[in-house]
Design a protein around this ligand. Structure first.
Ligand code: SF4
Length: 188
């Protein structure tokens, strides 16, 4: 499968925050650079290895239609570690970690059914189990992202708080769109 047809693990996280924001990132370049091209550059970076750790490893999975760069891999145990800035993690972080586990699993040939989220805010490591339902959820999201169409932006997210700091806000115009009663009229 061509790389451009694979879904980035980070996009799964973005999708769960707001599908519409991911749609803007894909078609409107709202983060100021080409998202997919940037990812492609990562592929060619060297992976470094120190002790039992592998840093910045890029992997692809044809089976799940995903790719991504893993921050840290505890290579003796084949456990990916995702580092987060804050004090909490959410479902979107878990699904991103699920993607990393599946990437490791497919590329190592060994079952990788747990990963770690490290929170800088609390200096804690949380072991996360990769369950069947999480894998099913990942597959559903991958399918939905692959079905994105330029002429069909996803609906505005229900939780208005998410819009406050959204990088796509000036394109999306959530307030105006809500006043219009729906989401897509400004694009038609
Ligand atoms: S402004 Fe709100 S609805 Fe629009 S893309 Fe951002 S989070 Fe989603």
């Amino acid at each position: 499968m061509k790389r451009e047809n694979l879904v980035n693990a980070n996009s799964l996280n973005q999708y769960l925050y707001c599908p519409r924001r991911l749609w803007y990132q894909k078609y409107y370049d709202t983060i100021g650079e080409n998202y997919y091209l940037r990812d492609g550059e990562i592929k060619h970076k060297n992976k470094g290895r120190r002790g039992g750790w592998t840093r910045e490893i890029y992997l692809e999975s044809e089976k799940y239609g995903i790719h991504g760069k893993i921050d840290v891999l505890e290579s003796n145990l084949n456990i990916p570690v995702e580092r987060k800035r804050g004090k909490y993690y959410r479902e979107n972080d878990i699904i991103q970690l699920t993607a990393y586990c599946l990437l490791v699993e497919e590329n190592s040939g060994e079952k990788t059914r747990s990963g770690i989220i490290y929170l800088h805010g609390t200096d804690e490591r949380h072991r996360i189990q990769i369950t069947k339902s999480r894998i099913e959820k990942l597959k559903r999201i991958v399918k939905e992202i692959k079905n994105f169409r330029l002429e069909q932006p996803p609906k505005i997210v229900a939780n208005k708080n998410k819009c406050q700091k959204c990088s796509a806000r000036k394109y999306c115009m959530p307030k105006e769109s809500r006043m219009l009663g729906e989401t897509n009229e400004q694009l038609e």
